[in-house]
Design a protein around this ligand. Structure first.
Ligand code: CAA
Length: 241
């Protein structure tokens, strides 16, 4: 039986690597994206993975988008909540808009995407929900009070929902990537990256998106059913919990 996976923010960065790795592992995959049509079209051409546009910050749009994916590919067994944004700034300079944008996408997005899929997973007695949190949700990060709050919230959501899904064959896990070489990290001022971040990564390099994707493939597997409520850190040794 071919299982279906849906990856949010799945056409660029870590999400694109996740979608591709799941396809390579034999899953039927759909990739959601919110804004960059050009990148999505390129991703679709290169991988053959169908792409679907909606914002994970919009509950109604998520419900409608999921419905369409299920019409096209069948029931979603594996949800990867990967979509995320940054609006970095020191707290004393942070606007309400920066705060809300990050909470809406990075935290509320998990509710908006998981809620419409939850009942189906319960009925079928199988599900995999994999939430891409962050090292900065674990340790906190200056300049990221919004992002760290949302990503820490993702871990709490994971642990609570794991307990609810356990008896129904649904696992819920979080992955906490460290600094991965994507556009999001490359947007950090070079001086900050070189002076304040890279020296704190013991493996002495940024991570690769594929190194997160392999964590997802592991947790998505049918025989990973005993792993739930866990937080898998992949951060080059930068933070150990
Ligand atoms: N770690 C340690 N120190 C940091 C830091 C960081 N991540 N970010 C900023 N600082 C330090 C700076 O080095 C600077 O120190 P000095 O005064 O000693 O030079 C001080 O804080 C003030 O920084 P700025 O001069 O840059 O202040 P600013 O107001 O111009 O900008 C900022 C503040 C927007 C937060 C900017 O510094 C920035 O973008 N920092 C990066 C924040 C960060 O780490 N974001 C992670 C993005 S990647 C991601 O989120 C993915 C993931 O999950 C890991």
């Amino acid at each position: 039986m071919t299982r279906t996976a849906l990856v949010t923010g799945g056409t660029r960065g870590i999400g694109a690597a996740i979608a591709t790795a799941l396809k390579d592992a034999g899953y039927s995959v759909a990739a959601n994206y919110a804004g960059n049509d050009e990148a999505a079209a390129k991703f679709k051409d290169e991988t053959g993975i169908p792409v679907y546009k909606w914002s994970v910050a919009d509950y109604e749009a998520c419900a409608a988008g999921i419905k369409q994916v299920e019409v096209d590919l069948g029931p979603v067994d594996i949800l990867v909540n990967n979509a995320g944004i940054t609006r970095d700034g020191m707290f004393h300079k942070m606007t309400l808009e920066q705060w809300k944008a990050v909470i809406d996408t990075n935290l509320n997005g998990l509710f908006n995407m998981t809620h419409p899929l939850w009942e189906g997973m319960r009925e079928r007695s199988f599900g995999r929900v994999i939430n891409i949190s962050s090292i900065n949700g674990q340790k906190g990060q200056m300049g990221q009070s919004n992002y760290s709050a949302a990503k820490a919230g993702d871990i709490g959501f994971t642990k609570a929902l794991a307990q609810e899904g356990a008896r129904k064959g649904i696992t819920v896990n979080a992955i906490c990537p460290g600094y991965i070489g994507t556009e999001m990290v490359r947007a950090v001022p070079e001086e900050v990256l070189n002076k304040s971040i890279l020296p704190h990564i013991p493996v002495n390099r940024l991570g690769e998106p594929e190194e997160i994707a392999r964590c997802v493939v592991f947790l998505a597997a049918d025989d990973s059913g005993f792993i739930t409520g866990s937080t898998l850190s992949a951060n080059g040794g930068q933070y150990m919990v």
